[in-house]
Design a protein around this ligand. Structure first.
Ligand code: SAH
Length: 371
């Protein structure tokens, strides 16, 4: 059995009340080829649910369904599409009521990127991030992570399209949930299942130095992105509390070890915050940290969040900043913001829904008081 398939069936079995995939198999006298049929139906054929697996005997399908064996571990609660139709954001409910977000971005030229969450909430409290402001709830399981991609893959499959890229840039810190994240990468990658190449997957981290070293040892072709957002400790510690544990120098040293070990490009994310990290001097300091062609900066326009007292830099500042990097020979791209009209930045939709429901609760309370 492939590792990914075991992870999948074990988790599905646990949701149905069994200890493991084996326990489920023996309870239903499922031969290995039956497990393979289920796994392929969910991950490769992207079948909606058990009813769609017509190769399975009907009695078996209803017996499994009666035990809460489900293909999906995440339920869409809100699905919003941006006005230009390019961005679709989903808020998904997990079995215990927690909610996470995932976003599909359909780029011109056929690239379809899904941004997925690895944790409900996040413990790292970056000041500019909605998720960080809301705090940490729990790690997602490998299948809960994978099923976010499965949801959008099913949508795309309806008109013969596929997910081409997956980025772990939704809610949570992927490297703080490394085992489940790596298991979800195996599910995405399995050539007998979902079949997405490692090179089309990117893991983004707030900068956990010990985990970056572990990730380097794993020697996968999965891309690494580092949320740098400031070139000096003075600025970085102000907006990213994690910098008090590992300084910018610690982080850059870990990146250097990673590059030496893997010879792979590293993407540095740099969100532009007006008056905080966007001066010419910041750009020159940042350029000094970028030591060659394997260091790539993604300059990111800030998606303002109502709960942080920060503003994004204007377009002119963003381009001037990128220009300085370029003049210093740094590989740089400016990310185009997508889905601003649907609150597509990390944690924003959940924050909005929560605020709306708080508003609704206040309104209901007021109505009760008035009556
Ligand atoms: N915890 C991981 C991955 C999740 S956040 C990390 O820190 O990398 C994915 C990226 O979105 C990070 O670079 C994060 O700093 C950035 N981000 C968070 N809130 C944002 C916002 N409102 N606008 C733009 N980028 C944001």
């Amino acid at each position: 059995m492939s590792g990914a398939r075991e992870v999948w069936i074990d988790e599905k079995a646990r949701c149905a009340g069994y200890e493991s995939g084996e326990a489920l198999a023996s309870a239903h006298q499922l031969k290995p080829y039956r497990i393979e049929q289920l796994y392929r139906a969910a991950t490769r054929e992207l079948v909606d649910d058990l009813d769609g697996v017509t190769t399975l005997p009907k009695e078996l399908r209803s017996a499994l369904a009666a035990e809460k064996f489900r293909f999906d571990s995440v339920d869409p609660v809100v699905i919003q599409r941006s006005n230009d139709g390019q961005t679709t954001k989903g808020l998904f409910r997990l079995h215990d009521g927690n909610e996470v977000e995932a976003v599909l971005m359909e780029h011109h030229g056929g690239r379809n990127t899904v941004c997925i969450s690895s944790q409900a909430g996040c413990a790292y409290a970056c000041t500019f991030c909605s998720t960080g402001q809301a705090g940490f709830t729990r790690n997602l399981s490998a299948v809960e992570i994978f099923d976010q991609a499965r949801y959008f893959a099913k949508q795309l499959a309806r008109d013969g399209r596929k997910i081409t890229n997956v980025v772990y840039m939704g809610m949570g810190e992927p490297l703080a949930n490394m085992d489940n994240v790596m298991a979800s990468v195996a599910l995405l990658n399995d050539p007998h299942g979902f079949g997405l190449g490692h090179r089309h997957i990117t893991i983004s981290t707030v900068g956990l130095v010990d985990k970056i070293d572990l990730f380097a040892q794993a020697q996968t072709q999965v891309n690494l992105a580092i949320s740098l957002h400031a070139p000096t400790d003075a600025t970085r510690s102000k907006i990213m509390p994690v910098n008090r544990k590992w300084s910018t120098a610690d982080l850059m040293a870990a990146v250097e070890r990673y590059i030496r070990k893997t010879n792979r490009k590293v993407f540095f994310e740099y969100v532009m915050l007006a008056g905080v990290n966007d001066s010419d001097e910041h750009a020159r300091d940042l350029a000094r940290l970028m030591k060659g062609p394997l260091y790539h900066v993604n300059v990111i326009p800030y998606n303002s969040t109502p709960d942080a007292a920060l503003r994004g830099s204007d377009e002119q500042r963003i381009w001037a900043f990128a220009k300085i990097l370029e003049q210093h020979g740094v590989a740089v791209t400016v990310r185009t913001p997508m889905g601003r009209d649907i609150a597509a930045a990390c944690g924003q939709l959940r924050a909005q829904v929560e605020r709306n429901s708080i508003a609704a609760k206040h309104a209901a309370a007021a109505a009760t008081r008035a009556s």
